[in-house]
Design a protein around this ligand. Sequence first.
Ligand SMILES: Nc1ncnc2c1ncn2[C@@H]1O[C@H](COP(=O)(O)OP(=O)(O)OP(=O)(O)O)[C@@H](O)[C@H]1O
Ligand SMILES: [Mg+2]
Length: 350
Amino acid sequence: MAGMTAFGLGKRFGETDALRAVDLAIENGEFLALLGPSGCGKTTLLRLIAGFEVPDAGELHLGDAVVARAGWALPPEERNVGMVFQSYALWPHMSVADNIGFALKVRGLEAGECRRRIEDALQLVGLGGLAKRKPAELSGGQKQRVALARCLAMQPSVVLLDEPLANLDAHLREAMQIEFRRFHREIGATFVYVTHDQSEAMALADRVAVMDRGALQQIAAPRELYAEPATEMVARFVGRGMVLPVTVIGQEDGIVVAEAFGAQMRVRGQAAAGEERLLCVRPADLALDGTGMEARVTAAAFQGAATIVSAQIDQGEHVLRLECHGLPPEEGAAVRISVRDGWLLPAGRA
Ligand SMILES: Nc1ncnc2c1ncn2[C@@H]1O[C@H](COP(=O)(O)OP(=O)(O)OP(=O)(O)O)[C@@H](O)[C@H]1O
Ligand SMILES: [Mg+2]
């Protein structure tokens, strides 16, 4: 078993800084999700951990061993790291059992041990009866399980998963998410799971690392990430957050009193009187209760349990979304929006 630590890890492709000075420590046995928009460097980081890429800057440790530094990388087969690709990457002419066993044979394991590991891996992923099938005779979810079984049969200490559920429908994805948590508990390896689906990241992981344009923005437990985003990018990316400029009036008993667009609000965070700061609010934090900021309704979308009302603040360009559980106001109506909860983004981080 091994944790992983990156120190100032960097990777360039031509003009693109795919990874910029990433510092990241993953605990032994942890389930970490890597979350971020397309192109932010998630796959690049996984490929560096696996040994498929050589970094241009920094250092990478697996457990106590240095496995990569600028210009040098230990090859994948010497790392005991397994990777599951989004595309499954199964060999079409081989049976399920041969797909799983191929790498074991290459590694020189004797036939009995290979058979045992194939059988155990198939049981673990719930495919006991399908050893003789060809990949073409399997559903998408079953192929994904074979790809995972192939990885687990190698008994890696670190399992890297690159959007493993992206090709499955929503129902199967949910079922497989539960399975992934079970696999993690049963084998106890360190899991690094790439996704751009924030609810998947939050449901699965012990901690979530959010990336943007090659840089690590924040690494935190799901609840903390949601309640206390560290940057504006995280605030907007996670949980439909909105960001408002506010002026801090003062702080009392750990609660910050701030003002925005003519209204006062009590919010969470650390700040001194007079500071101009950014406040993260979510739809559920806002209320149409006749007090607060003056705004004009621009849209109302019925969604069953609530109506999502969009309203533009009269003195600014900001559009706020909030949940309305009663009869929603008409489009164009003048309303007042109060802030019931919010989080002041830490100062000095973009
Ligand atoms: N082999 C390569 N050659 C050139 N540029 C690359 C290469 N691999 C990745 N990049 C670039 O590096 C950046 C990061 O790519 P990466 O594949 O890591 O993103 P990602 O977060 O996995 O995105 P997605 O969610 O779309 O899979 C992108 O701008 C991408 O175009
Ligand atoms: Mg990717």
